[in-house]
Design a protein around this ligand. Sequence first.
Ligand SMILES: CC(C)(COP(=O)(O)OP(=O)(O)OC[C@H]1O[C@@H](n2cnc3c(N)ncnc32)[C@H](O)[C@@H]1OP(=O)(O)O)[C@@H](O)C(=O)NCCC(=O)NCCS
Length: 150
Amino acid sequence: MENIKIDMNKEAEYNPVAVKEIAYLEKSCFPEDCWSLEAVRSSLKRADIIYDLEYSEGKAIGYFLAAASFDQCELYRIAVLREYRGQGKGKILMERFLQILPEGTEKIYLEVRESNRTAIRLYEKFGFKKLAERKNYYGHENGFIYVLTK
Ligand SMILES: CC(C)(COP(=O)(O)OP(=O)(O)OC[C@H]1O[C@@H](n2cnc3c(N)ncnc32)[C@H](O)[C@@H]1OP(=O)(O)O)[C@@H](O)C(=O)NCCC(=O)NCCS
């Protein structure tokens, strides 16, 4: 839980280790469209970004990254290293994410590839409902927008 950052004083609490860990996880979990080290760095400096990491024996093995403002939040990423999947880590991260949402958050949005059945099952397990479909949002693949109303 120590990596959670939701205050406005981001520059002072900026965590360069978390930047490297998340950039590594990005590369491993999203090889086709990963955020660069620089993109991760600048996002972690933003006041509206919420993130946390999950560790196993000191190694970062999963994370989530979201942006929260006013009564809305958008979950950008939630991922677990392949070799640690199917062991409940995704659920742990999602529970933690939902616990640390800023007070007053009413809606949480996310986008997911139509083919990503594992992620969709995880989201639906936590009460997310399909709101809309975006044709060819991911190149030749449709995207679904999901929402969770608190
Ligand atoms: C989505 C992801 C984070 C799930 O992480 P995980 O640690 O494997 O998930 P868990 O073991 O906690 O399982 C959570 C739920 O996901 C679903 N799930 C997990 N593995 C699954 C599989 N192989 N097939 C179908 N559903 C699966 C189940 O509903 C499961 O709950 P249950 O075991 O109670 O039925 C992980 O698969 C991942 O990192 N995927 C690549 C990155 C990604 O696509 N992220 C989402 C878009 S940002």
